[in-house]
Write a protein that binds this ligand. Structure first.
Ligand SMILES: *Cc1c(COP(=O)(O)O)cnc(C)c1O
Length: 385
């Protein structure tokens, strides 16, 4: 079992039986440091949608990252932290007009697009924008393929849109791609950057001098060492194709920065035995409508362990076939199915690891449950936030 701070210990022993998150701030700092060391040319612009917890945004901002925002509220949240508008990219290729106008008003200049129609919209409502063309470049090994919805074909369509920018007198500054979330094809970045190089060359033939590249997100955040694999491919792509420092390169990691920084602590509120097949059904005070939405959508297998027993030690309990259900009134609300787990009891507290990405930010209030409190561990800072 893990050791926790006295605050967390006392929370577990209190009458408060709501689930909660534990945020380890140093985990985020370590990630930022590692990114700067291994991929120094691709400055991270954190994807706010992944986890918009204010402390997360603050720590990232303090450590010099920029931000990828997708809506008016995300932009305003980041600006309120005192982040310079230069350090924001409005990276949603489908923008609501009022949000686009807001970006223009707040001087958020970098905006992405992938179609004629969106370019026309930008021309009408944010004519001085620095536009960034998103091309499609899909990983064959990710859990969310963004290319089915975003990005134009780099061969058939991108050159036409580049030419069109010139005709429409739009300030095209560069190109962008996102290979897909939770990408395990580490080598893809070298290929993507070679494709971007070709489009840079094409743009030059249209007298457009591009100087900006956005390599998107998709980086797995559970294992810090994986970043070395991504780095090898990204750095090779950059060194081969864009050796000059004059080309500004950014990235948009979301899950990489937050995934392992958050643990979710949740309680078994009921245990039922199926007498027929011996299976045990556990019910948690959490749900697929709260922190397990991504687990459900992408069929992930969350890692869990018991952190506090309701009835003393039970480390030698037998493993039994188990199902863990969520607390909503939907019968699809199943968190873990068909696994062998050491027998647990009602009242036991479980911890789920790597719960920072697409958990808090997608949590709903379905069935009247509240969003979880976040307890903070920060070994570097003594003052209260
Ligand atoms: C979601 C998203 C990201 C972040 O993706 P991760 O897989 O969490 O790194 C970055 N850029 C854009 C445009 C996105 O939509």
């Amino acid at each position: 079992m893990e050791l926790f701070s006295s605050e967390i210990e006392s929370r577990l022993h209190s009458n408060n039986d709501n689930p909660f998150f534990i945020l380890n701030v140093n985990d985020i700092r370590t990630k930022i440091k590692k990114w700067k060391q291994t991929i120094p040319r691709a400055i991270p612009y954190y994807a706010v949608k992944c986890n918009d917890n204010e402390l997360v945004l603050k720590v990232l901002a303090e450590n010099g990252t920029g931000f990828d925002c997708a809506s008016k509220n995300e932009i305003s949240k980041v600006l309120k932290l005192g982040v310079d508008c230069e350090k924001i990219i409005y990276s949603n290729t489908v923008k609501q007009i009022s949000h686009l106008k807001y970006a223009a008003k707040m001087m958020v200049q970098k905006v992405t697009f992938d179609s004629v129609e969106e370019l026309e919209k930008i021309k009408a409502f944010h004519p001085n924008a620095q536009v960034v063309l998103r091309i499609r470049f899909d990983s064959n090994n990710s859990i969310v393929n963004l290319g089915t919805k975003f990005g134009c074909d780099p061969v058939k369509t991108a050159p036409k849109l580049i030419e069109l920018c010139q005709k429409m007198n739009m300030n095209l500054i560069g190109l962008h791609f996102h290979v897909g979330s939770w990408n395990r094809n580490y080598e893809i970045f070298t290929q993507a950057l070679a494709t971007i190089r070709k489009l840079f060359n094409f743009a030059e033939t249209c007298s457009i001098k591009l100087n900006f590249i956005d390599i998107g997100g998709g980086f797995i955040g559970e294992d810090l060492l994986l970043l070395d694999l991504y780095a090898k491919s990204i750095n090779a792509g950059i060194n081969d194709n864009f050796p000059s420092d004059k080309i500004k390169i950014i990235s948009e990691p979301g899950r990489f920065f937050v995934d392992s920084a958050f643990k979710l602590v949740t309680q078994i509120i009921l245990k039922k035995l199926d007498e027929e097949d011996g299976r045990i059904h556990y019910y948690l005070n959490e749900s697929i409508y709260m922190s397990f939405m991504a687990t459900f959508l992408y069929n992930l297998k969350p890692l869990t362990s018991v952190i506090k027993r309701s009835k003393g030690k039970n480390d030698f309990a037998e493993e039994k076939l188990s199902t863990i259900w969520g607390c909503s009134c939907n019968s699809n609300d199943k968190i873990v199915d068909n696994v062998m787990l050491r027998e647990m009891e009602m009242g036991d507290w479980l911890v789920f690891h790597n719960m920072g990405a697409y958990t808090l930010s997608v949590s709903t209030k379905f069935n009247g449950f509240q969003n979880n409190e976040v307890l903070v561990i920060d070994e570097e800072r003594q003052t209260e936030y």
